[in-house]
Ligand binder design. Structure first.
Ligand code: PLP
Length: 386
Protein backbone atom coordinates (compact mmCIF):
# COMPACT_ATOMS: atom_id res chain seq x y z
CA UNK A 1 0.00 0.00 0.00
CA UNK A 2 2.85 2.43 0.77
CA UNK A 3 5.47 3.19 -1.87
CA UNK A 4 8.90 2.41 -0.46
CA UNK A 5 10.35 1.98 -3.97
CA UNK A 6 10.07 5.64 -4.86
CA UNK A 7 13.43 7.42 -5.07
CA UNK A 8 13.17 10.88 -3.55
CA UNK A 9 15.83 13.51 -4.22
CA UNK A 10 16.94 14.71 -0.80
CA UNK A 11 19.70 17.02 -1.96
CA UNK A 12 19.27 20.67 -1.06
CA UNK A 13 16.99 19.93 1.91
CA UNK A 14 19.50 20.60 4.75
CA UNK A 15 19.98 16.83 4.89
CA UNK A 16 23.01 15.74 6.92
CA UNK A 17 23.16 12.54 4.89
CA UNK A 18 23.05 14.20 1.45
CA UNK A 19 24.19 17.77 1.86
CA UNK A 20 27.34 17.30 3.98
CA UNK A 21 29.11 14.80 1.74
CA UNK A 22 31.99 17.10 0.80
CA UNK A 23 32.65 17.87 4.46
CA UNK A 24 32.55 14.21 5.53
CA UNK A 25 33.93 12.29 2.56
CA UNK A 26 35.89 14.98 0.72
CA UNK A 27 33.71 14.98 -2.39
CA UNK A 28 30.08 15.49 -3.35
CA UNK A 29 29.64 12.67 -5.82
CA UNK A 30 29.01 9.95 -3.27
CA UNK A 31 26.08 7.60 -2.74
CA UNK A 32 25.33 8.17 0.96
CA UNK A 33 24.64 5.01 2.90
CA UNK A 34 25.84 6.30 6.24
CA UNK A 35 23.95 8.42 8.84
CA UNK A 36 21.00 6.52 10.30
CA UNK A 37 17.93 8.03 8.72
CA UNK A 38 15.97 6.47 5.88
CA UNK A 39 15.27 7.74 2.37
CA UNK A 40 11.54 7.02 2.58
CA UNK A 41 8.71 9.50 3.03
CA UNK A 42 7.22 9.41 6.52
CA UNK A 43 3.72 7.91 6.88
CA UNK A 44 0.80 9.99 5.51
CA UNK A 45 -0.63 10.38 9.04
CA UNK A 46 2.50 12.33 10.04
CA UNK A 47 2.63 14.41 6.87
CA UNK A 48 -1.06 15.28 7.32
CA UNK A 49 -0.50 16.30 10.93
CA UNK A 50 2.32 18.64 9.87
CA UNK A 51 0.20 19.98 7.02
CA UNK A 52 -2.65 20.79 9.41
CA UNK A 53 -0.35 22.84 11.63
CA UNK A 54 1.17 24.58 8.60
CA UNK A 55 -2.29 25.43 7.27
CA UNK A 56 -3.12 26.95 10.62
CA UNK A 57 0.01 29.03 10.24
CA UNK A 58 0.66 30.15 13.82
CA UNK A 59 3.74 28.58 15.39
CA UNK A 60 3.83 30.01 18.90
CA UNK A 61 5.10 28.36 22.09
CA UNK A 62 3.71 24.90 22.56
CA UNK A 63 3.70 22.14 25.12
CA UNK A 64 3.48 18.38 24.84
CA UNK A 65 -0.21 17.43 24.87
CA UNK A 66 -1.41 14.58 27.10
CA UNK A 67 -2.70 12.80 24.00
CA UNK A 68 0.87 12.35 22.78
CA UNK A 69 2.01 10.85 26.11
CA UNK A 70 -1.06 8.59 26.16
CA UNK A 71 -0.37 7.48 22.59
CA UNK A 72 3.18 6.53 23.63
CA UNK A 73 1.93 4.67 26.71
CA UNK A 74 -0.52 2.65 24.60
CA UNK A 75 2.14 1.93 22.00
CA UNK A 76 4.61 0.44 24.48
CA UNK A 77 1.89 -1.35 26.40
CA UNK A 78 0.62 -3.13 23.29
CA UNK A 79 4.00 -3.85 21.75
CA UNK A 80 6.22 -4.54 24.72
CA UNK A 81 3.74 -5.23 27.49
CA UNK A 82 5.38 -2.33 29.31
CA UNK A 83 2.95 -0.53 31.62
CA UNK A 84 4.17 3.03 31.94
CA UNK A 85 2.59 5.55 34.32
CA UNK A 86 2.06 9.10 33.16
CA UNK A 87 4.15 10.51 35.99
CA UNK A 88 7.17 8.56 34.74
CA UNK A 89 7.18 10.22 31.31
CA UNK A 90 9.52 13.07 30.48
CA UNK A 91 11.11 14.17 27.23
CA UNK A 92 14.26 15.30 25.51
CA UNK A 93 14.98 16.97 22.19
CA UNK A 94 16.44 13.69 20.93
CA UNK A 95 17.84 10.61 22.61
CA UNK A 96 21.43 11.79 22.32
CA UNK A 97 20.70 14.95 24.31
CA UNK A 98 19.30 12.82 27.13
CA UNK A 99 22.61 10.98 27.56
CA UNK A 100 24.71 13.92 28.88
CA UNK A 101 21.64 15.20 30.73
CA UNK A 102 21.38 11.89 32.57
CA UNK A 103 25.13 11.64 33.10
CA UNK A 104 25.03 15.05 34.80
CA UNK A 105 22.03 14.11 36.92
CA UNK A 106 23.11 10.68 38.10
CA UNK A 107 26.93 10.70 38.24
CA UNK A 108 29.74 13.00 39.36
CA UNK A 109 32.91 14.27 37.73
CA UNK A 110 35.43 11.46 37.29
CA UNK A 111 32.88 8.66 37.82
CA UNK A 112 33.23 5.54 35.70
CA UNK A 113 30.65 4.92 32.98
CA UNK A 114 30.49 1.63 31.09
CA UNK A 115 29.63 1.08 27.43
CA UNK A 116 29.69 -2.08 25.32
CA UNK A 117 31.92 -1.56 22.30
CA UNK A 118 31.68 -1.27 19.36
CA UNK A 119 28.81 1.15 19.93
CA UNK A 120 27.18 4.34 18.63
CA UNK A 121 29.82 7.15 18.76
CA UNK A 122 27.86 9.67 20.94
CA UNK A 123 28.01 7.13 23.80
CA UNK A 124 31.78 7.61 23.83
CA UNK A 125 31.76 11.39 23.39
CA UNK A 126 29.01 12.08 25.94
CA UNK A 127 31.00 10.35 28.68
CA UNK A 128 34.26 12.08 27.75
CA UNK A 129 32.66 15.51 27.24
CA UNK A 130 31.04 15.28 30.68
CA UNK A 131 34.51 14.55 32.15
CA UNK A 132 33.60 11.08 33.33
CA UNK A 133 35.87 8.06 32.89
CA UNK A 134 34.96 5.93 29.87
CA UNK A 135 35.07 2.19 30.56
CA UNK A 136 34.63 -0.11 27.55
CA UNK A 137 33.63 -3.74 27.64
CA UNK A 138 34.21 -5.19 24.19
CA UNK A 139 31.47 -7.46 22.94
CA UNK A 140 32.69 -10.93 21.96
CA UNK A 141 32.56 -11.62 18.24
CA UNK A 142 32.42 -15.10 16.76
CA UNK A 143 31.84 -15.51 13.03
CA UNK A 144 30.20 -12.10 12.95
CA UNK A 145 27.80 -12.79 15.83
CA UNK A 146 28.24 -10.70 18.96
CA UNK A 147 27.54 -11.53 22.59
CA UNK A 148 28.35 -10.07 26.00
CA UNK A 149 31.69 -11.00 27.54
CA UNK A 150 30.12 -11.65 30.95
CA UNK A 151 33.35 -12.02 32.86
CA UNK A 152 34.66 -8.71 31.56
CA UNK A 153 31.28 -6.99 31.99
CA UNK A 154 30.99 -7.97 35.65
CA UNK A 155 34.66 -7.26 36.39
CA UNK A 156 34.19 -3.72 35.11
CA UNK A 157 30.93 -3.14 37.02
CA UNK A 158 32.63 -4.42 40.16
CA UNK A 159 35.46 -1.92 39.58
CA UNK A 160 33.27 1.01 40.64
CA UNK A 161 31.16 1.83 37.56
CA UNK A 162 28.30 4.27 38.37
CA UNK A 163 26.35 4.17 35.11
CA UNK A 164 25.92 1.70 32.26
CA UNK A 165 24.79 3.03 28.88
CA UNK A 166 23.00 0.20 27.12
CA UNK A 167 22.18 0.14 23.41
CA UNK A 168 19.04 -1.98 23.11
CA UNK A 169 18.90 -3.01 20.30
CA UNK A 170 22.55 -2.53 19.57
CA UNK A 171 23.88 -0.15 16.93
CA UNK A 172 26.03 -1.07 14.98
CA UNK A 173 26.14 -4.84 15.49
CA UNK A 174 22.40 -5.37 15.07
CA UNK A 175 21.68 -7.50 18.13
CA UNK A 176 18.18 -7.37 19.60
CA UNK A 177 19.20 -8.41 23.10
CA UNK A 178 17.21 -11.34 24.46
CA UNK A 179 15.20 -11.16 27.67
CA UNK A 180 17.74 -13.50 29.32
CA UNK A 181 20.70 -11.33 28.33
CA UNK A 182 18.96 -8.16 29.50
CA UNK A 183 17.91 -9.75 32.79
CA UNK A 184 21.52 -10.74 33.46
CA UNK A 185 22.81 -7.25 32.60
CA UNK A 186 20.09 -5.62 34.73
CA UNK A 187 20.66 -7.84 37.74
CA UNK A 188 24.40 -7.25 37.64
CA UNK A 189 23.73 -3.50 37.59
CA UNK A 190 21.47 -3.88 40.63
CA UNK A 191 24.12 -5.95 42.41
CA UNK A 192 26.77 -3.25 41.95
CA UNK A 193 24.51 -0.19 42.40
CA UNK A 194 24.79 0.98 38.79
CA UNK A 195 22.29 3.31 37.07
CA UNK A 196 21.24 2.12 33.60
CA UNK A 197 20.66 4.47 30.69
CA UNK A 198 18.84 2.28 28.18
CA UNK A 199 18.80 3.70 24.67
CA UNK A 200 15.91 1.90 22.97
CA UNK A 201 15.56 4.12 19.92
CA UNK A 202 15.71 1.12 17.55
CA UNK A 203 13.13 -0.89 19.54
CA UNK A 204 10.32 -0.72 17.00
CA UNK A 205 12.53 -2.03 14.23
CA UNK A 206 13.15 -5.56 15.52
CA UNK A 207 13.10 -7.74 12.39
CA UNK A 208 12.92 -11.38 11.26
CA UNK A 209 10.67 -12.42 14.14
CA UNK A 210 12.99 -11.08 16.84
CA UNK A 211 11.19 -9.59 19.81
CA UNK A 212 12.28 -6.42 21.55
CA UNK A 213 12.32 -6.46 25.35
CA UNK A 214 12.30 -3.17 27.25
CA UNK A 215 14.99 -3.35 29.94
CA UNK A 216 12.82 -1.48 32.48
CA UNK A 217 9.90 -3.87 31.88
CA UNK A 218 11.83 -6.84 33.28
CA UNK A 219 11.28 -6.05 36.95
CA UNK A 220 10.37 -3.20 39.27
CA UNK A 221 13.85 -3.31 40.76
CA UNK A 222 15.54 -2.90 37.40
CA UNK A 223 13.04 -0.21 36.44
CA UNK A 224 13.87 1.71 39.62
CA UNK A 225 17.50 2.27 38.46
CA UNK A 226 16.79 2.75 34.76
CA UNK A 227 16.35 5.74 32.48
CA UNK A 228 14.72 4.56 29.24
CA UNK A 229 14.99 6.58 26.06
CA UNK A 230 12.63 5.82 23.20
CA UNK A 231 11.59 7.78 20.14
CA UNK A 232 9.48 7.70 17.00
CA UNK A 233 12.40 9.16 15.05
CA UNK A 234 14.06 6.02 13.62
CA UNK A 235 10.77 4.15 13.37
CA UNK A 236 8.92 6.76 11.30
CA UNK A 237 11.87 8.61 9.76
CA UNK A 238 11.32 11.88 11.61
CA UNK A 239 14.75 12.41 13.20
CA UNK A 240 14.71 16.04 12.02
CA UNK A 241 11.80 16.68 14.41
CA UNK A 242 14.11 15.95 17.36
CA UNK A 243 11.64 14.10 19.53
CA UNK A 244 12.09 11.46 22.16
CA UNK A 245 10.45 10.09 25.27
CA UNK A 246 12.34 9.60 28.51
CA UNK A 247 10.82 7.24 31.08
CA UNK A 248 12.01 7.19 34.70
CA UNK A 249 10.01 5.32 37.35
CA UNK A 250 12.09 6.40 40.34
CA UNK A 251 10.44 9.58 41.68
CA UNK A 252 13.77 11.00 42.91
CA UNK A 253 15.53 10.36 39.63
CA UNK A 254 12.57 11.75 37.70
CA UNK A 255 12.67 14.99 39.72
CA UNK A 256 16.37 15.38 39.14
CA UNK A 257 16.08 14.79 35.38
CA UNK A 258 13.07 17.11 34.99
CA UNK A 259 14.84 19.87 36.90
CA UNK A 260 17.87 19.65 34.60
CA UNK A 261 15.56 19.78 31.56
CA UNK A 262 13.76 22.86 32.83
CA UNK A 263 17.02 24.65 33.76
CA UNK A 264 17.98 24.35 30.11
CA UNK A 265 14.45 25.42 29.11
CA UNK A 266 14.03 22.27 27.06
CA UNK A 267 10.87 21.06 28.76
CA UNK A 268 8.35 22.81 26.50
CA UNK A 269 9.69 21.08 23.42
CA UNK A 270 8.92 21.71 19.80
CA UNK A 271 5.48 21.95 18.24
CA UNK A 272 6.32 19.70 15.28
CA UNK A 273 7.89 17.17 17.60
CA UNK A 274 4.67 16.96 19.65
CA UNK A 275 2.24 16.61 16.81
CA UNK A 276 4.33 14.13 14.81
CA UNK A 277 4.85 11.91 17.86
CA UNK A 278 1.14 11.97 18.57
CA UNK A 279 0.23 11.00 14.98
CA UNK A 280 2.96 8.35 14.73
CA UNK A 281 2.03 6.44 17.86
CA UNK A 282 -1.71 6.69 17.25
CA UNK A 283 -1.83 5.98 13.52
CA UNK A 284 1.52 4.69 12.29
CA UNK A 285 1.28 0.95 13.02
CA UNK A 286 0.21 -0.20 9.53
CA UNK A 287 2.93 1.82 7.83
CA UNK A 288 5.53 0.40 10.24
CA UNK A 289 4.44 -3.15 9.48
CA UNK A 290 5.01 -2.59 5.77
CA UNK A 291 8.28 -0.78 6.38
CA UNK A 292 9.65 -3.74 8.34
CA UNK A 293 8.76 -6.16 5.56
CA UNK A 294 10.51 -3.87 3.08
CA UNK A 295 13.62 -3.60 5.26
CA UNK A 296 13.78 -7.39 5.63
CA UNK A 297 13.64 -7.68 1.84
CA UNK A 298 16.50 -5.16 1.46
CA UNK A 299 18.59 -7.00 4.02
CA UNK A 300 17.92 -10.39 2.42
CA UNK A 301 18.84 -8.99 -0.98
CA UNK A 302 22.05 -7.46 0.35
CA UNK A 303 23.04 -10.65 2.12
CA UNK A 304 22.53 -12.77 -1.02
CA UNK A 305 24.29 -10.25 -3.22
CA UNK A 306 27.35 -9.96 -0.99
CA UNK A 307 27.60 -13.74 -0.47
CA UNK A 308 27.51 -14.38 -4.22
CA UNK A 309 29.36 -11.38 -5.63
CA UNK A 310 31.64 -9.96 -2.94
CA UNK A 311 32.66 -12.98 -0.86
CA UNK A 312 35.69 -11.22 0.62
CA UNK A 313 33.29 -8.97 2.55
CA UNK A 314 31.37 -10.71 5.34
CA UNK A 315 27.91 -9.84 6.53
CA UNK A 316 25.66 -11.30 9.20
CA UNK A 317 21.99 -10.30 8.98
CA UNK A 318 21.06 -7.88 11.78
CA UNK A 319 18.25 -8.86 14.14
CA UNK A 320 16.86 -5.34 13.89
CA UNK A 321 17.05 -1.96 12.18
CA UNK A 322 18.46 -0.98 8.80
CA UNK A 323 22.17 -0.80 9.61
CA UNK A 324 24.57 -3.48 8.39
CA UNK A 325 27.94 -4.10 10.00
CA UNK A 326 30.17 -5.17 7.12
CA UNK A 327 33.40 -7.01 7.89
CA UNK A 328 36.30 -6.21 5.54
CA UNK A 329 38.99 -7.98 7.57
CA UNK A 330 39.46 -10.67 4.92
CA UNK A 331 39.29 -8.29 1.98
CA UNK A 332 43.08 -8.21 1.62
CA UNK A 333 43.16 -4.49 2.38
CA UNK A 334 44.00 -2.62 5.57
CA UNK A 335 41.27 -0.58 7.27
CA UNK A 336 42.75 2.63 5.88
CA UNK A 337 42.93 1.14 2.37
CA UNK A 338 39.30 0.00 2.55
CA UNK A 339 38.25 3.47 3.66
CA UNK A 340 40.07 5.07 0.73
CA UNK A 341 38.75 2.56 -1.82
CA UNK A 342 35.16 3.05 -0.64
CA UNK A 343 35.35 6.75 -1.39
CA UNK A 344 37.73 6.84 -4.34
CA UNK A 345 36.70 3.74 -6.31
CA UNK A 346 33.17 2.98 -5.09
CA UNK A 347 31.92 6.58 -4.59
CA UNK A 348 30.16 5.20 -1.54
CA UNK A 349 29.63 6.83 1.85
CA UNK A 350 29.66 4.29 4.71
CA UNK A 351 30.37 4.85 8.43
CA UNK A 352 33.92 4.10 9.53
CA UNK A 353 33.84 1.20 12.03
CA UNK A 354 36.60 2.76 14.13
CA UNK A 355 34.25 5.61 15.08
CA UNK A 356 32.34 2.98 17.12
CA UNK A 357 35.48 2.04 19.08
CA UNK A 358 38.81 0.39 18.30
CA UNK A 359 37.15 -3.04 18.01
CA UNK A 360 35.41 -1.63 14.92
CA UNK A 361 38.69 -1.76 12.99
CA UNK A 362 38.10 -3.64 9.74
CA UNK A 363 34.37 -2.86 9.74
CA UNK A 364 32.19 -0.28 7.98
CA UNK A 365 28.48 0.34 8.57
CA UNK A 366 26.06 0.40 5.64
CA UNK A 367 22.55 1.90 5.83
CA UNK A 368 19.97 0.05 3.72
CA UNK A 369 16.99 2.16 4.78
CA UNK A 370 16.42 3.18 1.16
CA UNK A 371 14.54 2.06 -1.95
CA UNK A 372 15.81 -1.31 -3.18
CA UNK A 373 17.10 0.29 -6.40
CA UNK A 374 19.37 2.57 -4.32
CA UNK A 375 20.62 -0.41 -2.29
CA UNK A 376 21.29 -2.29 -5.55
CA UNK A 377 23.25 0.68 -6.89
CA UNK A 378 25.27 0.81 -3.64
CA UNK A 379 26.11 -2.87 -3.86
CA UNK A 380 27.22 -2.67 -7.47
CA UNK A 381 29.49 0.22 -6.46
CA UNK A 382 30.87 -1.83 -3.56
CA UNK A 383 31.70 -4.63 -6.01
CA UNK A 384 33.94 -2.28 -7.99
CA UNK A 385 36.65 -2.40 -5.36
CA UNK A 386 36.23 -5.68 -3.44
C1 PLP B 1 21.57 4.03 19.31
C2 PLP B 1 21.18 5.41 18.86
N1 PLP B 1 20.80 6.31 19.76
C3 PLP B 1 20.43 7.57 19.42
C4 PLP B 1 20.44 7.95 18.08
C5 PLP B 1 20.02 9.34 17.71
O1 PLP B 1 19.06 9.81 18.55
P1 PLP B 1 18.41 11.27 18.42
O2 PLP B 1 18.37 11.61 16.97
O3 PLP B 1 17.07 11.10 19.02
O4 PLP B 1 19.28 12.19 19.20
C6 PLP B 1 20.84 7.03 17.10
C7 PLP B 1 20.91 7.44 15.70
O5 PLP B 1 21.50 6.81 14.88
C8 PLP B 1 21.21 5.73 17.49
O6 PLP B 1 21.56 4.81 16.61
Amino acid sequence: MYDFDKVIDRRGTCSVKYDLLKEIFGKKDILPMWVADMDFKSPPCIINAVRKVCDHGVFGYSFKPDSSTEAFMNWVSERYNWKVKKEWVSSSPGVVAAIPLSIRCFTNHGDKILIQTPVYPPFHSAVKDCKRELICSDLKEENGVYSVDWEDFEKKLRGGVKMFILCNSHNPIGRVWSREELTKMGELCLKYGVVIFSDEIHADLALFGNKHTVMASISEDISSVTVTAMAPSKTFNIAGMMNSVIVISSADMFRCYSKELSILHLDLGNLFSHITMDAAYRMGAEWLKELKTYLEKNIDFTFDYISKNIPSVKMVKPEGSFLLWLDFRESGFSHEEVKKRLVEICDLGLNDGISFGSSGRGFFRMNVGAPLSVVQEGLSRLKRAF
